[in-house]
Design a protein around this ligand. Sequence first.
Ligand code: C2E
Ligand code: MG
Ligand code: MG
Ligand code: MG
Length: 291
Amino acid sequence: KEQGKSGYRWYSESMDARAVEHARMGADLQRALAREELFLLYQPVVTLPHGDVYGVETLIRWRHPERGLVSPAEFIPVAERNGMIVQIGDWVLREACRQMVEWQRDYGVAAPSRVAVNVSARQLREPAFARTVADVLAETGLRPGDLLVEITETAVFDGGPAVETVQAIQSLGVAIALDDFGTGHSSLGLLRTCPVDILKVDKLFVDGVAGTAEEAAIATSIAQIAHALGLGAVAEGVETTAQAAKLYQMGYRLAQGFHFARPLSPGDLAVMLEARLPRRGPDAMEPPALA
Ligand code: C2E
Ligand code: MG
Ligand code: MG
Ligand code: MG
């Protein structure tokens, strides 16, 4: 009894500590944008079987002055709760589109074909969000078809205004991907109510693809669903050659994961794009050296 009681007190105190911790992180987050502590990495999405760059996914990072690098899995939920995600999300969208236009200018055909941006449930509930997307495209000059907006099942599972916002974004010509497919609410019914172009198969289902038929079953089925509905499919979290080969056999033509590339800084991605630039022909001459 005594133990149970102190156990309970420990529990409630740790809950308080968590709440305080979140409040503090939320307050820090308010300043993070202005202090330029947030930055973006870009993870290549590649074609199978050869691993050529097809697109990139924008992934946010926070370099906190005391905590160091904080994972988005930790601070995005906090930003969702205190509403900061709206401002942060607008910044991510604008910066990713601006960066994409820069790559297109600098690398032409060697630039990624598409830039993906993660959008949270809270952003989709903002009535003005589709308008923001249209404004950012107009401001940056990015073609709508070069942008991919990643949403989660959970953000749209109950239908309603979020789905209307997704429809409005898609009607701009922007592509929609359902992220972490299979891990949220609803899944299959959603495909009838919410416009989607691409299914992103969660790492959870990719992990086992090179294992037994049972372990591979869900990834196999999702490939079939995508095919039957005329949707694209991206396998997330590919870490091994065996997984990549198996996914290709299953019909996947797009993949993402540490096996191909980690999330990269714009500078590191530029090195990769540089290598993709069409080589000059054998007759091309170096400009004469200045004596
Ligand atoms: P996500 O959109 O599903 O992104 C994929 C996550 O898997 C990324 O984690 C990426 O670094 C990681 N990943 C990619 N390949 C591999 C792999 O081969 N192995 C393993 N173990 N992991 C891999 P990250 O960057 O930590 O982001 C986590 C989540 O945070 C994202 O999941 C997304 O839901 C959210 N997020 C990231 N950036 C943003 C953003 O700008 N806005 C919003 N709303 N959410 C974001
Ligand atoms: Mg994503
Ligand atoms: Mg995902
Ligand atoms: Mg995921």
